[in-house]
Design a protein around this ligand. Structure first.
Ligand SMILES: [Ca+2]
Ligand SMILES: [Ca+2]
Length: 396
């Protein structure tokens, strides 16, 4: 193993055209710990990525297809990463968000856990630009803060949900938002952007002028209503959401190590809140838990590490289902657009669908195990369905 690492270090590349010889690898041990001297940008963030071939695709995390297989003759084939590189990220992410690097990931479910009609079986490569994403589901506290700002700044119909009555000592700051419609989620993203001085993403008309910012009413936005290059907050696309949920793991069922036949064999009540998951609040019945809290043993609540995925994200499986941007189309993965850069879903509702559906991901506190899988696709009639969501922002 050690010789493999020594060889692959020859392929080290540091982006941003660093002066030759400036950064020096001192050690890269067989636990994956990289040590170097003369970092090119002290204080910046770096990630080690690996690829099975020098042309990529590049992955983060160490539990992808680098595994040991035994065939019927009991011969073992060991496949290991063959190439490594170090990528410099863009400074620290905004508060409360994680940085998701640009790159390709395998979208869909190779295990065929759900019915073929779900569309998940069409495993395809999706290439996504870098982005930031909220570590947690949206809390009611943050919703209320932005909605209150919006009420006096042109966002006149953002609802103020009923306060949840559960465990008064923890609910105030950390209970997830319940019951938000897709339209209100999109408008709220704009309000959060404007409140922070960022450029809004969603527009009532496909002309990105301040007077067209989507602030009120129910408007069936299509991809042309979205200023994708804006600096502000928006809903993740379905592809962005799935990449973030996987946390750098390839072909695992859940956001934690879970590679193998049968998702049910890998479900873990200490990692997610789902139906009868065993979290401590189930003594009150099945329900949501504070974000990132799952069973009450979060060591550094609300920002610990025990249930975070490889990107530092919480509750990508369970607790509250989460809206995505995309119109739902079960056949979308078969389109060439799904394997092009930054897939955004259908431009409008699928003509084959008789009603308006948007994508919901991740399952929730009352969901069966199947819906908690990273690849699981759900849909909801968005004019009157409710879910939570988390925001993303573009990153260069
Ligand atoms: Ca539960
Ligand atoms: Ca969730």
């Amino acid at each position: 193993m050690k010789s493999v690492f020594c060889m692959t270090l020859l392929f080290l590349a540091v982006v941003r055209a660093l002066p030759a010889g400036q950064a020096t690898i001192v050690d890269f041990n067989n636990h994956g710990l990289l040590t170097w001297s003369n970092p090119p940008s002290p204080g910046s963030y770096y990630s080690v990525e690996w690829a099975p071939q020098v042309t990529g695709p590049w992955y983060r995390g160490w539990q992808g297809p680098d595994r040991t297989d035994a065939d019927v003759t009991t011969l073992f084939t060991v496949s290991v990463p063959m190439y490594f590189r170090v990528m410099e990220n863009q400074g620290p992410p905004p508060p409360g968000m994680s940085y998701i690097e640009a790159g390709v990931f395998a979208m869909g479910d190779q295990w065929q856990e759900d019915a073929a009609s779900s569309g998940e079986w069409v495993v395809h490569q999706a290439r996504i630009d870098a982005f930031y994403i909220d570590k947690n589901e949206l809390t009611q506290k943050l919703w209320d803060k932005v909605a209150a700002w919006g009420a006096t700044n042109g966002y006149t119909d953002l609802p103020i949900p009923t306060t949840q009555a559960l465990l008064a000592n923890v609910k105030t700051n950390h209970m997830p938002l319940l019951d938000i419609r897709w339209y209100d989620a999109a408008k709220w993203c704009n309000a959060r952007s404007e409140m922070e001085g960022l450029v809004p993403v969603y527009y009532a008309f496909p002309l990105f002028f301040p007077g067209n910012v989507y602030r009120t009413g129910d408007i069936d936005l299509s991809v042309t209503n979205v200023y994708w290059e804006a600096s502000g907050y928006r809903l993740p696309t379905e592809a962005e959401w799935e990449k973030a949920a996987r946390g750098g793991l390839q072909w695992h069922h859940f956001p934690w190590p879970s590679y193998g036949t049968g998702a049910v064999n890998f479900i873990d009540g200490s990692m997610a809140n789902y139906l009868n998951s065993g979290d401590r609040l189930e003594s009150f019945g099945n329900g949501t838990t504070p974000v990132g809290w799952f069973d009450g043993f979060q060591p550094n609540f609300p920002d610990g590490a025990d249930m975070a995925n490889g990107y530092g994200l919480y509750d990508m499986a369970g607790n509250m289902p989460e809206w995505c941007w995309d119109w739902f189309d079960a056949g979308y993965y078969t389109n060439a657009a799904a394997s092009a850069d930054n897939p955004k879903g259908p431009n409008d509702q699928n003509p084959a669908e008789s009603i308006e559906m948007r994508v919901i991901r991740g399952g929730g506190d009352t969901s069966p195990i199947n819906e908690l899988r990273c690849a699981s696709r759900s849909q909801a009639w968005f004019p009157s369905s409710y879910a939570n969501f988390r925001c993303i922002r573009k990153a260069d």
